[in-house]
Ligand binder design. Structure first.
Ligand SMILES: NC(=O)c1ccc[n+]([C@@H]2O[C@H](COP(=O)([O-])OP(=O)(O)OC[C@H]3O[C@@H](n4cnc5c(N)ncnc54)[C@H](OP(=O)(O)O)[C@@H]3O)[C@@H](O)[C@H]2O)c1
Length: 269
């Protein structure tokens, strides 16, 4: 899709991948609606973008129904949009038994429920032809110990993207699921960074990921998995999950140690 002069709502614009993608999209000539919770971070991002006068900052906590309603109203007042990028997300590297119910709900809400609800609210405001890009993850197709809640959210987002894309066939709207592997942003806790180093897991720069996302938007790629060997592992896990069960079982003790998990916590008291 030709992105010049298109209006793009980018959630999580203040984050590592979001801000790198905002720069790419601004250079491609889009008009950006930059969403985040922190006005200062968004203003700093805006001040570094080309054609600053074309873009808008929209402050909203997406976990708040009132803020989401206000965001949709602002998009309406600004005349609608051509591209929605559901990029805001969060993760917690911890065993399920070590997480509070509130933390679990919040993660599922931001990674899955919010993009579903926001997409639903914005569908009438999306011009045709238009695009919806959902920011997924390699963990949306590979269940990884210590990330059960995050994997549940991203796998749900993958299912949502596929089903909605089929639902909207012929409507002029396309739904893209874009799935990076580990990327060097604040998203990953020090424990995750140390785990990746210990296991030799590859990581990408947010700038490279943003460049690939721009290509996926321009080519309207429905599914895009980033990185080798992750894109092979995604396919292997779909066909032969037992292979991944075996490989991850060998890493289990290391992953549990970096996640700060003690098996004692699982014993009934
Ligand atoms: N980094 C990775 O390793 C990696 C790998 C695969 C996929 N991804 C996915 O890529 C996307 C972006 O990740 P990232 O690495 O750029 O993360 P990040 O640097 O932590 O940025 C997260 C963004 O989400 C926003 N956000 C968080 N909670 C929010 C809320 N309640 N309401 C509104 N906005 C909220 C943050 O805004 P504030 O400024 O308000 O905090 C920030 O802009 C996520 O969907 C993530 O799952 C990341």
């Amino acid at each position: 899709m030709e992105l010049n002069n298109k209006t793009v709502l980018l959630t999580g614009a203040s984050g590592g991948i979001g801000s790198a993608l905002a720069h790419r999209l601004a250079l491609a000539g889009t008009r950006l609606l930059l969403q985040g919770r922190d006005r200062h971070r968004l203003d700093r991002l805006l001040s570094g973008l080309p054609h600053i006068e074309r873009h808008r900052v929209l402050v909203a906590d997406l976990l708040s129904p009132d803020d989401r309603r206000a965001l949709v109203q602002q998009v309406q007042q600004l005349g609608g949009l051509d591209v929605l990028i559901n990029n805001a997300g969060t993760s917690s590297f911890a065993w399920l038994s070590d997480q509070t119910p509130a933390a679990v709900s919040e993660q599922l809400m931001l990674n899955l429920t919010v993009p579903v609800l926001l997409t639903r609210e914005l569908l009438p405001l999306l011009r045709r032809p238009g695009l919806i890009m959902n920011m997924g993850s390699a963990f949306g197709a590979i269940g990884y110990p210590g990330y059960s809640v995050y994997c549940a959210g991203k796998a749900g987002l993958r299912g949502f993207s596929e089903a909605l894309g089929r639902e909207l066939a012929g409507s002029g709207l396309k739904v893209l699921y874009f799935a990076p592997r580990a990327t060097r942003t604040e998203f990953n806790s020090p424990a995750t960074v140390e785990l990746n180093a210990a296991l030799g897991n590859h990581t990408d720069s947010p700038e490279w990921v943003a460049g690939q996302a721009l290509i996926a938007l321009q080519r309207r790629q429905k599914r895009r998995w980033l990185g080798w060997p992750e894109c092979l592992l995604v396919r292997l896990n779909a066909l032969f999950p037992g292979l991944l069960d075996h490989a991850l079982a060998r890493q289990h003790a290391t992953i549990a140690r970096f996640a700060g998990h003690s098996h004692d916590k699982e014993m009934p008291s």
